[in-house]
Design a protein around this ligand. Sequence first.
Ligand code: M6R
Length: 608
Amino acid sequence: MCGIIGYCGARAAKPILLDGLKRLEYRGYDSAGLAVAEGNQLNLIRAVGKVSDLEKKGIARPLPGHCGIAHTRWATHGRPSEENAHPHCDCTRKVSIVHNGIIENYLDLKEELLARKHVFSSETDSEVIAHLIEEYFEADLETALLKTVQRLEGTFGIAAIHADCDRQVVIVRRGSPIIIGIGEGEYFAASDANALLPYTQKIISLNDDEMAVLHPSGYHIKNLNNEFLQKEIEIREGRDEQADKKGFEHFMLKEIFEQPQAIENAFRGRLIESEGVSKLGGLEPVMERLKNVKKLVIVSCGTSYYAGLCGRYIFESLSELHVEVEVASEFRYRKLKMDGDTAVLALSQSGETADTIAAIREAKRKGALILGVVNVVGSGIAQITDAGVYNHAGPEFGVASTKIYTSQLVVLTLMALLIGRYQGLSFTEGSAVIQAVKKLPRQVKRILTDIEHIKKIAQEYARYEDFLFIGRQHNFPTAMEGALKLKEISYIHAEGYPAGEMKHGPISLIDENFPTVAIVSQDSTFDKMLSNIQEIKARNGRVLAVASEDDERIAGLCDDVIRVPETLPLLQPVLNIVPLQLFAYFIARFKGCDIDKPRNLAKSVTVE
Ligand code: M6R
């Protein structure tokens, strides 16, 4: 979603801001802009479309200033347009701000400011921030921003500059991440460390209700009670090279191919073979409490939600926990009884998803133990959970989540194994899970060698406008995730369904123009899946099956088959999703879609 970058130092700000914006592009956006302070003036460039469009617009304007802020905007209030793009200014054009999040009381504030003769030039909620700063500014931006945020309701990560405050960038956070990057005689602000890694690895993350003032001569951090804070500097790994596509045409394809490594990273050092159990250091501080938990509620969104649905089957196979899975945005509307016996587990790649954060807050209020499985180290969710496990999958840039899904399934398996071994799960059963987990990277590699075959099938199916994906038990969430992958990057309508539900409605859609992708594993659901496929064939539906390598019956029934190796039923989804990711990828490529940045979507969804 929206991205922020800010700079103050000895270098010209504009190239650094543009470069930072490019590194934030993967988050998804529809317009971009920057403001540079120079003399006692602010210069603004904004453009609809890509950062490259902004760059072109700025070619004729060198803007030599050494302090500035920039933004990629994903429209919420007001359509994507130059006027609505950030930075926004006040009436005097002395104040400029960029904002991530939503100001919920902006209409009231706007009305008040209009009554005081402020002139607005955008439809956004964010613009009120610049006008409030104008109202409160006497001599220093810090105090004006402090007074401003006391008036704001909602979520925000804000960076502000003022033409009269020489090379100063002031930032503040509530619910929307913002970090400081520390250089040599220069400072950076960003919503995401990826934007800063070429410049510095020294990062300070602000917590909610903290603000920072950056100037080439130094920085300070305060809370909103105006008290100074000392915060530790973290050294973020130099992972900038991973932002490179490394010869792959898209990040999505690169990340699909990174899955063997990501899966290995998820279990490396976490398996105790001699005891048939896993070891998750991040859960140790809460282990005593966790052993007594009776109910587990998994909350997450999108792909992470489907991983959660899969997680339910995994926990039910290995532990005695009662498991519920909730879409995070619906969580607050449920009247779920929660107490010390309940653990809530949040799954999130970014660790920034606003709906998931809101669900965690709700669960905290009710007294549940809060756990997280998060990929981005130090992210918001990682900070507010009681304990958790990192995926260590490396950054995921493609908007369509791939390697995190399979990594999440492996981490969930390790968690279920850990809890299950305190319950009824035997050493032999635990050992079988460990052996199966260890084989996964090799098995995924084998699927990836089938790329040309999958590409050919994708080419044949690219002409259809609707798809049904079906599976049972562990593969029902695989069907949902397979359909999501296809719809989000190729804009083709696709529905994921539990195969048994087909006869209760969706079968009426089936004809020769409505193909079905059937995920058929050799488990207890096999015969029933074959019956469902026959029902589709009887109605002239084309069927593509994802099936086991040694399944001899499937080829005679289906039009096309993609083969995958076999593993334990609870881990089969890790393998079955891989060809479906490639299938979606190639269909989108044949259709010429913008695969890494699909329309209307953002990588981190930081608004509710
Ligand atoms: O960062 P998170 O895992 O919390 O993100 C959740 C969803 O927004 C995300 O999985 C989204 O559905 C992806 N575009 C799916 O590919």
